[in-house]
Ligand binder design. Structure first.
Ligand code: ADP
Ligand code: MG
Length: 280
């Protein structure tokens, strides 16, 4: 029962976790492709100087490419940097370039340094990007000004959590930053979604971590978990999401189910638990 046309409201997610390697970029691009597959028009904003999301979506992003750096630092309109991914006519990306590595410091001395992405995004979404249904912002692994710009521009925080031993470590710092943002910069920001990634059903550890995260965040954790899968890790080297690379693989199916669950939870008013979202 996957809807062919996306009929939900516009949603702006920041995909954040100050830990590296937990699946932020992988979840950003694969959820983006899955939402596009459901009929949504999707914009990925690559805020990580590493540019992995741009690479995975096959978006050119060499040093000369107009990028999110120009938007944040030079106030260039987002419409001038957004490119369409060859993967889908409904999948767009504002690429990152290496210049973004300097933005963290350059932003410090600029006016409204925390709100630059929000301002640019609002302008874009009310003009050229008016048909964008879902925005996913891929954050760097830190809680610096780039991530603060993402939190200030977004409505919802999506946290990928890797099912490993120290999964919950650092989460309180992340929560602290989110409440600071709510207090001072973006009062309506909500921690809406937690996605368990790299789940290995053969290990007790994965199960234990999943149980522990669910105990702490019963309302936010999706029922769908993303399994550890070689297909998922291979896809970026072909400049593809796993949805395009191997759409029938367990990883592609899991990301599509996660996307459906995210949409359904929003559409059923009293769905606080994944069970009620009816994903099987
Ligand atoms: P982050 O953006 O949080 O730093 P990535 O999304 O880049 O994390 O993931 C880190 C590494 O783990 C990458 O090499 C990626 O291909 C791999 N990876 C992510 N999710 C999975 C998965 N479900 N199965 C296997 N490998 C994964
Ligand atoms: Mg990343």
């Amino acid at each position: 029962a996957i809807p062919l046309e996306y009929s939900g409201r516009r949603r702006i997610f920041t995909v954040s976790n100050q830990k590296g390697g937990v699946g932020k970029t992988t979840s950003t691009v694969n959820l983006a492709a899955a939402f596009a597959h459901m009929g949504a028009t999707v914009l990925v904003v690559d805020l990580d100087p590493q540019g992995n999301a741009s690479t995975a979506l096959s978006i050119p992003h060499n040093a000369e490419t107009p990028s999110v750096y120009d938007v944040l630092v030079e106030e260039r309109p987002l419409s001038e940097v957004v490119q369409q991914s060859p993967e889908s006519p409904r999948l767009f990306c504002a690429p990152s370039t290496i210049h973004l590595a300097g933005a963290e410091i350059e932003l410090v001395s600029l006016v409204a340094r925390e709100r630059r992405l929000r301002t640019a995004l609002e302008k874009y979404l009310s003009t050229t990007g008016a048909d964008i249904d879902i925005v996913l912002i891929d954050c760097p692994p830190s809680l610096g000004l780039l991530t603060i710009n993402a939190f200030t521009a977004a409505d919802e925080v999506l946290i990928p959590i890797q099912c490993e031993y120290y999964a919950l470590e650092g989460l309180s710092q992340l929560m602290g930053t989110v409440s600071m943002i709510q207090k001072h910069l973006n009062p309506t920001l909500a921690l809406s979604t937690i996605l368990l990634t790299m789940y290995d059903g053969r290990t007790r550890l994965s199960q234990q971590v999943a149980d522990e995260v669910r105990a702490h965040f019963a309302d936010q954790v999706l029922t769908t978990v993303i399994p550890r899968s070689v297909r998922i890790s291979e896809a970026p080297s072909f400049g593809q999401t796993v949805i395009a690379y191997d759409g029938q693989s367990v990883g592609a199916v899991a990301y599509r189910e996660a996307a459906v669950e995210i949409v359904r939870r929003d559409q059923l008013p009293d769905v606080a638990t994944g069970e009620a979202a009816g994903i099987s």
